[in-house]
Design a binder for this molecule. Structure first.
Ligand SMILES: [Zn+2]
Length: 161
């Protein structure tokens, strides 16, 4: 890294450090702007991008094309931009992680899961209708239908049980 590159990286790190609150669990909560999806928004030298990607790259260098900066397991703060809590993730791993995070907010009983899975597999309508009906995201409905999530859940409706 030459001096200009070093100074640029340093400026990016200072930009991040001026906009985080360091929590006792080690997370760096982004206090700057928020994007529409609730994630932090960095606006550095006229270029807007996701705060966690920006922070990851400020310490680790550019991500490979197509990769996202995703939260490691153990960091449960969506607005955390601590580069040590982030890792390069492929888009599918990234969306799986977001799905499981949303999924954790709802308490599913075994019967709920079995009925929801039966509806996703055999119910009428597209993924959107199924997702709305079952209180899940469309991505989650698609992943259940493809056998990625809930692999061990039996698909049974209440009538059949
Ligand atoms: Zn964190």
């Amino acid at each position: 890294m030459n001096k200009t590159q070093h100074d640029k990286a340093e400026a990016r790190r200072q930009y991040v450090m001026a906009r985080v609150q360091i929590e006792c669990n080690g997370c760096w909560t982004w206090t700057g702007g928020r994007a529409g999806d609730g994630y932090g928004d960095a606006n550095f030298q006229g270029k807007r991008q996701g705060a966690h990607r920006f922070s990851y790259e400020a310490w680790n260098g550019p991500l490979a094309p197509g990769m996202h900066a995703g939260h490691k397991h153990g960091c449960a703060t969506p607005t955390c931009v601590n580069p040590e809590h982030l890792e390069p993730q492929s888009p599918s791993a990234n969306s799986l992680e977001q799905v499981s995070r949303r999924h954790e907010r709802r308490v599913w009983t075994p019967q709920d899961r079995a009925q929801a899975k039966a509806d996703v597999l055999y119910g009428p309508g597209g993924y959107h209708a199924k997702a709305v009906r079952n209180g899940m995201s469309r991505t989650m409905a698609r992943l259940i239908a493809k056998g990625v999530l809930w692999v061990d859940v039996p698909a049974t409706s209440q009538e059949a049980a």
